[in-house]
Design a protein around this ligand. Sequence first.
Ligand SMILES: [Fe+2]
Ligand SMILES: [Fe+2]
Length: 190
Amino acid sequence: MRTDEEIAELIRLYLPKQALFEIIDQFQLDIMQEHGLPHWIRVAANGLYLAPETGASDKLAVLFAIFHDCRRLNDYEDPKHGARGAAYFQESFQQRLGIGPREAGILCRACAGHTHELHSADPDIGTLWDADRLDLYRVGVHPDPEYFSTEYAKSEEVVKWANRSAFSSFNQLLPIGQELLSEYESISIS
Ligand SMILES: [Fe+2]
Ligand SMILES: [Fe+2]
């Protein structure tokens, strides 16, 4: 099991900071609300927690977290937001971030499908969707195990871990979220 420190290190390693700041710039909703940065950081952390067991890519866990909801236009029904996130990644970031066609294909399929597809047998895509759904606890929803693709996400250990993370926002469990936001704000102001 990965520790909080190991997860924060991996987020630092794989998170393209300049890209994140641009994504925050164009985000149409409140960055601190339910589909904003605290959620993205928790989805990254959930994915990185699952990855050693499910075989998913750490890098894709972090990239999915920052792209999957970044083109939402409201916090309610917005069924095309995943597809828009995938297109935004392809058009504005794939080349710049040096993401090859195989990884980009997985990331785009995961972003586009997370809104309406239930399961994936692909270990990367299944893990990414589970990472997002494990954060439903933030809005008081206990996700039905039926909605998870990986067996590991259904385990009591993971459910406990995600529960603890879902309510933590930017507190001491995931201080990296606050660090990134403070850095973004200092750049935006100066
Ligand atoms: Fe979403
Ligand atoms: Fe999400």
